[in-house]
Design a protein around this ligand. Sequence first.
Ligand SMILES: C[S@@+](CC[C@H](N)C(=O)[O-])C[C@H]1O[C@@H](n2cnc3c(N)ncnc32)[C@H](O)[C@@H]1O
Length: 369
Amino acid sequence: MVARPESADHQETDDICKVFGPDFQQSLSQFGIRERAAGNGQPEVKGQQGDGDGKDGITEEDQPLKADLILFVLRRVSGFSRFYWHALSYRLPALHMPGQSHRRDDLMQRDDYIEANRKMWDETADIHAAGYVAGLAQRVRAPDFSTFDDVEKSLFAQIGLKDKAVIQLGCNNGRELISVKKAGAGRCVGVDVSDKFIAQGTQLASLGGVDVEFVRSSVYDLPHEFYAAFDLVYITMGVLGWLPDLDAFFAIVSRLLRTDGQLFIYEMHPILNMFEGDKGLTAEASYFQAEPFVDEEGPDYLDPTQTVKSVSYWFPHKLSDVIGGCLKHGLNLTHFEEYGHDISAVYAAFEHLAKKPPLSYSLVARKTA
Ligand SMILES: C[S@@+](CC[C@H](N)C(=O)[O-])C[C@H]1O[C@@H](n2cnc3c(N)ncnc32)[C@H](O)[C@@H]1O
């Protein structure tokens, strides 16, 4: 049994009840959650927290599951808007006991976001299939097919691709990894959470005549056989923002690399999270916003004539989260550069501004031990 100090939990559950009304209060009481917050009941904790594999630290009482159950029911009750669903997700940790592991709840939340994003990407894959991917199906056949711009050409020349084992996380339709393979890499593995993009990648690699493995997985669920199996982890353009937990992500990146292996990130600059591509340099959000952006129905980023209907969640990580995450997990920076060109297609108009913010950056880090 763990000793349970007095806390603000009861006040917080009361606050939630004020927002969501007497029915919700009754539901909490039914599950014993308000009473626990008030100090009755002391759930036992099994296991240790914090080795990052996400499989330990589960409480015996499984109270987080009860909170998850309430969330599950509420999300399916009509009239409960997406905003509240989102707000409640964020308030849920308040329903947990101090001293008790939050790991199960964190995992449930993380998986909810990833599942929502996966559906959105599957929908997007269908939109891209007809035009964009059909065009790629012709281009990938060329022996010198390449998606690399000058930044990638220069950095891949420094990193050295020849015979290297490369894994790309968030590989989308695989066109960049096919380029890596055609540039002389050895084993190439592409990981993406979307079944449909993985199917497109498999088809494009076959048309391109290259041997590239594609794995349908969230980056958080990669098999242990991949640990210490790669010389290079490659991440480009619009991947990090889909990941709810950057610290856990960099722990995994570090595990994937052999000693002396390298990480290459070529990403949108996170300062862009403050702005909207079509609204210019008016700050729409704080650089330090912690909550994800919730994207509801809107135009596709490659084909704005098409509408993506699924809800998705974008996580605005700071540049210091990226650099700090690398350093914390033994990935020592050997290169970092910021650029005034857009790689996302979303902020292209910013390239022409006289007083523009940084639009993209590249980072190379080496695993030292
Ligand atoms: C904007 S695309 C960018 C990828 C690539 N650089 C490109 O330009 O095509 C982001 C990709 O990340 C994938 N993704 C999002 N969340 C993921 C997760 N948790 N695990 C693996 N892939 C994920 C999406 O399915 C999508 O294909």
